[in-house]
Design a protein around this ligand. Structure first.
Ligand code: ZN
Length: 343
């Protein structure tokens, strides 16, 4: 099948992305041909395009990891999917048989498959997806659904399965106005926790409050950990979700309550922050990593959205032909919310 796709043949800036016709083969057993209705652009897409992602990318390549679409054709007749079914393609499809999958940690599967990384993704009119990587899409606007899986699936994993957050706990969320941040605020509030949003820009205060932040703390003030202690009556926060790293991580350790859980979900701001081990063992701090999401985390996020309990914030919707502009927009880091493409 010949369709339009956004292809790049070399790594580089947004200019390497070209809209051109490509051939998508017929689905084999285990595969489903999906018409793409909406696909989110993630920061990792920009890193893959630039050639700095440290992911196994084969050129030419088509990006697109958060895909909502409609089944065109299923490779095997035994499948319960039918043409016309609305589906979400999981951003991370675990193998189901490695030691992590078999022990409940499919999010760190040793042989996971990711659309837009291990194969061509959803920056196209049509894509081939593994059939076992499909979940039913809720009855919502595809644009809204495409903004959910990575941010909200990971937020659910981080708060419920990594931090084991309980009602009434103070939860500090770093980079709170971002994709993962605004999801963590909503999931924490939904759990009955008391979210504190960390933001750099005071203009983001209203947005993070709308997402459930009880307090907003500006990280442009180096004394922000003291402000967190003030808010928490001197105790510090029981849970901190930090996907920023660097200086923010150093502040997070200071702002963490004794026996508190510091969840590390990324480190763009610096991957080697200093950590005082005396602080860690005397105060019994727990530093916990979280990586992506399991399929059930995505399923829960979709269900929560269908019930109206959570909502992804979409900043911009652009046609596929404007994928370069979408990348430029994300690169500025000034937008609040997701950028979604509609083929
Ligand atoms: Zn696995």
């Amino acid at each position: 099948m010949r369709v339009e796709a956004v292809v790049f043949r070399e790594f580089g800036g947004p200019e390497v992305l070209e809209v051109e016709p490509v051939d998508i083969s017929e689905p084999e057993a285990g595969q489903t041909l999906v018409r793409v209705l909406a696909v989110s652009v993630n920061h990792l897409d920009l890193e893959i395009r630039a050639g700095v992602s440290r992911m196994p990318i084969r050129l030419p390549h088509v990006l697109g990891r958060e895909v909502v679409g409609e089944v065109i054709k299923v490779g095997d007749e035994s499948s319960s999917w039918r043409p016309g079914d609305r589906v979400v393609v999981l951003p991370h499809v675990p193998c189901g048989s490695c030691r992590h999958c078999l022990t409940g940690s499919a999010n760190i599967c040793l042989n996971g498959w990711m659309p837009g990384i291990h194969a061509w993704g959803g920056n196209a009119e049509v894509m081939l997806a593994p059939t076992r990587g499909l979940v039913a899409a809720p009855d919502l606007d595809p644009v809204e659904i495409a903004a959910l899986p990575i941010g909200f699936g990971t937020a659910w994993r981080a708060l419920h399965h990594t931090a084991h957050v309980v009602s009434g706990e103070w939860v500090v969320v770093a980079g709170a106005s971002g994709g993962l941040g605004h999801a963590c605020l909503q999931v924490a509030a939904l759990a009955g926790a008391r979210p504190i949003a960390l933001v750099r820009d005071p203009a983001k205060a209203d947005f993070v409050k709308m997402c459930g932040a009880e307090e907003v703390v500006l990280t442009t003030d180096a004394g922000w950990p003291d402000r967190v202690r003030e808010i928490t009556n001197g105790r510090g926060a029981e849970v901190i979700i930090d996907h920023v790293g660097g200086a923010n991580f150093v502040g997070s350790v200071k702002a963490l309550a004794d026996r508190g859980r510091l969840v590390v979900a990324g480190g763009h701001g610096g991957e080697f922050p200093p950590l005082d081990l005396i602080d860690v063992f005397r105060r019994e701090l727990r530093v916990l990593g979280v990586r992506s999401q399991r399929p059930d985390d995505v399923a829960i996020a979709l269900e929560m959205a269908a019930r109206g309990s959570i909502q992804a914030h979409v900043a911009e919707v652009l046609p596929l032909a404007e994928t370069r502009a979408a990348h430029e927009l994300i690169d500025t880091r000034t937008i609040t919310g997701k950028v979604v493409l509609r083929p």
